[in-house]
Write a protein that binds this ligand. Structure first.
Ligand SMILES: Nc1ncnc2c1ncn2[C@@H]1O[C@H](COP(=O)(O)OP(=O)(O)OP(=O)(O)O)[C@@H](O)[C@H]1O
Ligand SMILES: [Mg+2]
Length: 232
């Protein structure tokens, strides 16, 4: 099992107020799953992604990633795990405007001591090719379409060969055509063996996944395989 969450809670304290953003979440995820996380605004989807992605720590409960207990790791160890195991894609792309597509994709490996710069460049070119953007390598973000920017962000997420690709509303800022391109890309990556977790409000996005987890008030209220008939 790739991921195991047991009774995970996340409590935010704001003055007197305590928000139970995650309230006893238990979950197992295997390699090469393709999961959609759905639920109303404020139900805890992003909080769960942040915990799963080692961007944030649970308040209580345990989180094992590849058999390692992440809950008790130091901040440095957590950052290393995040860098090596997790690739993130966000709704707003989060590319650096002054850098070319190629240099944006290279970023996660800049501080890696395991990879020399020429290797990094080769890996970045390969990642751009994988998302079909080889010919746009020298374009800066403002010289790319929205869908192309998101593909650059996906290439950046993939460059370190992460165990898990995590995407929070990856098509939220895209029109139908560009969304369809991104979803086709996710389908292809999943077929190549990538584990994918995607947060979405849209059934048209969730129907690509093989398993749908629904959240409400910080809890998982449904967790079921996607019917084959529902897939596009
Ligand atoms: N940093 C924070 N400090 C305090 N409360 C927070 C913080 N981040 C999130 N929350 C609260 O935790 C709850 C869950 O938030 P979360 O962002 O996980 O929801 P979500 O399901 O991703 O919603 P959306 O669909 O709107 O993105 C919300 O009630 C939110 O107000
Ligand atoms: Mg959210």
């Amino acid at each position: 099992m790739l991921i195991r969450l047991s009774e995970v809670t996340k409590i935010y304290r704001l003055g007197q107020e305590r928000v139970h953003a995650l309230d006893g979440v238990s979950l197992g995820i295997d390699r090469n799953e393709y999961i959609a996380v759905m639920g109303p605004s404020g139900s805890g989807k992003s909080t769960m992604m942040n915990v799963l992605g080692c961007l944030d720590r649970a308040t209580s409960g345990t989180y094992e990633l590849k058999g390692q207990d992440v809950t008790r790791m130091s901040a440095g160890a957590l950052a290393r795990i995040r860098n090596e195991e997790i690739g993130f894609v966000f709704q707003s792309f989060e590319l650096l405007p002054r850098l070319s597509a190629l240099h944006n994709v290279e970023l996660p490996l800049i501080y890696s001591r395991r990879v020399w710069w020429w290797e990094r460049r080769t890996l970045a070119r390969q990642a751009l090719d994988r998302v079909g953007l080889g010919p746009r390598a020298s374009h800066r973000p403002n010289q790319l379409s929205g869908g192309e920017r998101q593909r650059v962000a996906i290439a950046r997420a993939l460059i370190g060969s992460p165990s898990i690709l995590m995407a929070d509303e990856p098509t939220g800022n895209l029109d139908t055509k560009n969304s369809d391109d991104i979803l086709a890309l996710f389908d292809r990556l999943h077929a190549e063996g990538q584990t994918i977790i995607v947060v979405t409000h849209e059934e048209s996005v969730a129907c690509h996944a093989r398993r749908v987890i629904r959240m409400r008030d910080g809890k998982i209220c449904a967790d079921a395989p996607q019917a084959k008939e529902a897939r596009p």
